[in-house]
Ligand binder design. Structure first.
Ligand code: FAD
Ligand code: DLZ
Ligand code: SF4
Length: 508
């Protein structure tokens, strides 16, 4: 009988994983390894490292309870070589393995590493498709073929039809594909936001927290108040808690931000989806059931399902279609380094202070904070895609390159020249003021357009459009805005440029 080694990575914590499908409990061994190479290729947020390592250890326990033999290498094992290739090599020798089976990784750099293993180890290496998604890279490629620009809305409709989600007799339930018109209300600070479901660290998590404190002392972020789910059972509880307590108003307050309320009405399941503790299909089914049972209205249910069935699958499709080139795109030639406050939260711009501050604390910020506060700032100030991508990959516990990169380079920075988004998501302070209460406690005045007290987003917005006119001037969706710019007096435009230059010099 040939000896088979099956490698399971830190974001492959699903019992349905393709590499485990035909496991022989009598002869096969599952290898899981904690390696410094993965912990530090970008220096992940401490909470993110603790979450992944604790979830890995719990998953290994689950496999053992199922009678599967697991070889688990911990970070502090003195023999640990510190990277996947080194650890697989050691395990191949240890188990005298003749074959290695693995599910394709979520990141291109790891796939490249794996593609050398057959030669490196002189054994058969089978890289199986990761079928934990609702659209395979091949299916996405077929859909994208011949399209110059990709639009999520059309992809999402295809996915709804293909998977028969929220459909009745071939038509979208309610008659419309998208209910955003009923979503995105202004925040209501008088409403009590339900507390998220959090878990006290068990013994395994406590050991990991100590380990991370020792090994990642100089990484970004705080370890205190670690409350992540680290098992599938807990992740399912988080999903249920969301459906009952937050989903009914998810759509309505999807874009709202309130000071001191980091979790708002979002689901906080991205962490668990991305490491495999939850699957997208089961999440969509539960949410659709909630609609059928009258627990949540259509605007919330459709809005939420669109994020999972639409955006999540769409960005993954783009990642695998466009890598490796996608990572180095920089359409707007942005080259500014990150300001220090990205690491400290120490800025007088209250929206950024709040969003970065909670990121330090929880390794979480919701979509609009990532896109319209931090992302908008990165876009308008011309921060270099390389640094911005690295930052987002470090700071969020749900960040893996396949999902982080298209969101940052495509959605936020327009670095792909409009392949993913039809126009840059640029906005002045009025948008943030409409969707949050941050401006009330800010040193800057959102209503002021110029001068030392003006909200910097107000002049940086026009400065961005002026500076990038040669690249964006022909964008049909920006036509009206450029016409407004042209109606501005030269003197006003000069003031915008002067205020912006002064602000940007201060960033350095
Ligand atoms: P909810 O708001 O409750 O949404 C439900 C789920 O929908 C999410 O868990 C996620 O799985 C999916 N989803 C929603 N929007 C997107 C999107 N744009 N792309 C992919 N999936 C989406 N998401 C990540 O999972 N990892 C990342 O590293 C990541 N980086 C981002 C960086 C930027 C600059 C931006 C603008 C967005 C990023 N997103 C990322 C998408 C989104 O912000 C997060 O998925 C979401 O905030 C996670 O919180 P939640 O689970 O409470 O999501
Ligand atoms: C993110 C991460 C971290 C911090 N540590 C590990 C680890 O020690 N062992 C492991 O198998 N995976 C880890 N991961 C997740 C990997 O980085 C992820 O599997 C790859 O990026 C491929 O998507
Ligand atoms: Fe942010 Fe401007 Fe509002 Fe201050 S005034 S919180 S900088 S949008």
């Amino acid at each position: 009988m040939s000896k088979v080694l099956r490698l399971v990575l830190g974001d492959q914590l699903s019992q349905s994983l393709s590499s485990l499908g035909d496991i022989d409990r009598n002869s096969d061994t599952v290898l899981m390894c904690e390696v410094m190479g993965e912990v530090t290729y970008v220096r992940h947020h401490k909470k993110k490292v603790a979450f992944i390592l604790s979830a890995m250890r719990h998953f290994a326990d689950t496999l053992c309870e199922e009678g599967i033999s697991v070889d688990y290498v911990s970070l502090d094992d003195p023999e640990n070589i510190g990277n996947f290739t080194g650890e697989v090599a050691r395990a191949v020798t240890r188990h005298d393995a003749e074959r290695l089976i693995v599910t394709a990784p979520g990141e291109f750099r790891v796939l490249e590493e794996m593609q050398n293993w057959e030669t490196d180890f002189g054994i058969a290496v089978e890289i199986r498709q990761d079928d934990r998604f609702l659209c395979s890279p091949e299916m996405f490629k077929r859909w994208a073929a011949g399209r110059k620009q990709l639009r999520m809305d059309f992809f999402y409709r295809e996915m709804r039809r293909h998977h028969d989600v929220l459909m009745v007799e071939g038509k979208p339930i309610g008659g419309k594909w998208n209910y955003d018109i009923e979503n995105r209300e202004r925040p209501d600070p008088s409403r009590q936001v339900p507390a998220p479901l959090q878990f006290l660290p068990d013994e395994t998590s406590q050991t990991v927290l100590e380990l991370v404190e020792n090994y990642c002392a100089d990484h970004f972020g705080e370890l205190e108040e670690f409350g992540f789910a680290v098992t599938r059972k807990q992740a399912l509880q988080v999903l249920d808690h969301f459906i009952v307590n937050r989903l009914p108003v998810f759509g309505t307050f999807q874009d709202a931000m309130i000071e001191g309320e980091p979790w708002m009405y979002h689901s906080h399941i991205g962490f668990y989806l991305n490491v495999g503790l939850l699957g997208p299909g089961e999440v969509i089914t539960s949410v659709q059931n909630a609609y059928e049972m009258g627990i949540a209205p259509l605007n919330s249910v459709e809005g939420f399902i669109r994020q999972i069935l639409g955006w999540r699958e769409f960005v993954r499709g783009i990642y695998w279609l466009k890598m490796p080139g996608y990572a180095s795109q920089n359409f707007l030639a942005a080259d500014r380094p990150l300001p220090d406050f990205f690491w400290t939260g120490d800025t007088q711009m209250n929206c950024l202070r709040q969003s970065i501050g909670q990121t330090q604390k929880y390794a979480y910020a919701h979509h609009i904070q990532r896109l319209m506060v931090i992302g908008n700032f990165a876009l308008l100030t011309g921060l270099a895609p390389k640094f911005v991508n690295e930052w987002y990959l470090i700071v969020y516990a749900d960040a893996f390159e396949w999902v982080e990169l298209p969101n940052v380079s495509g959605m936020v920075l327009f670095a792909d020249g409009g392949y993913l988004a039809s126009k840059p998501y640029a906005a002045g302070g009025a948008y943030i003021n409409r969707m949050s209460n941050y401006c009330q406690n800010c040193r800057y005045r959102v209503a002021e357009k110029n001068g030392s007290d003006a909200c910097p987003f107000n002049y940086l917005y026009w400065h961005f459009l002026i500076k990038n006119r040669d690249k964006l001037g022909n964008n049909a969706r920006l036509g009206m805005i450029y016409r407004s710019l042209d109606r501005m007096s030269e003197e006003k435009q000069q003031t915008i440029m002067d205020d912006s230059r002064h602000f940007l010099n201060g960033l350095a």
